[in-house]
Ligand binder design. Sequence first.
Ligand SMILES: [Zn+2]
Ligand SMILES: [Zn+2]
Ligand SMILES: [Zn+2]
Length: 305
Amino acid sequence: MKEDAQVTTWVWNPILRQYLVNAPHRMSRREGSSLCPFCADISEGRVTADMQAWLHPNDFPPLLAPMGEAYIVVYSRDHERIFSQLTVGEVTLITKLWRDLYCDLSSRYPAVMIFENSGEAIGQTQCHPHGQAYGVSVIPSTLERELDTVVQEYIAGRGCLFCRVRLEIEAEYQVAANKTWQAFLPPYARYPYETHLYPRRHVADLAAMDDEELRDLAALLLHVVHGYNMLFGGTMEPMPYMLGLHQIADERFHFHIEILAVGRAPGKLKYAASSESLWGLWTNDSSPLQKAQELRQAIIKSEKE
Ligand SMILES: [Zn+2]
Ligand SMILES: [Zn+2]
Ligand SMILES: [Zn+2]
């Protein structure tokens, strides 16, 4: 088969009992080209003057219907700004777009992945600020594992484990919080500055979130990312990270966001190397308690500036 034909297939790994996506046409996707496809949405009139954030079909989709669908979530009209430079109001519009997109995709697919690969170190190929979203016809293994945990806890009569984790996490691990959300660096962090954001209310997914919660989420996301950029006197800015929204349309599930910040020290990245990639055994060469304290202080400092 020619590599430029757009065809995607699920391939079952019988050993690990999980699917992977095969999408050979993506090998020829443009990387860092000077013609920005998202700026072209504006110049060619595909988005109206009042639209700050919008969806762009993924031109090199890793998933095609009925396997799934793939979209780009364009964050801003301004090619040069990155997520951390957006205002709370602008990020709130993005969270509302996420909610609309989730409602749409979850009507057709059992799993919706909304995420951002931020920074060249993560393989971001277009600099215009954007994230991505997939509707997926199978449940990815990490989400399946989280759902399995949730179901087992309910069956055992212990209620929501996420709610318990949120309530019982010691204050030393918390890095920022507001009225409806809490952010913490868990003792089981895989990356030194990995941060988890939980809504205080038990909600399964974005569909159940109200506008106030989305605005608080926008503010908290910005606090955390600003804090990252303030670490080590700003020498890690912009901190490369992977950000993912974990949610599923099952009332027992607890919506949350995980941010895997890949920087561990100025000029140094944490790689998922042999131990992590070949065995799934993660090593964290730092003290989560100390990193939580550093990040909390960096967030406070960034709020003052
Ligand atoms: Zn652009
Ligand atoms: Zn819960
Ligand atoms: Zn999760």
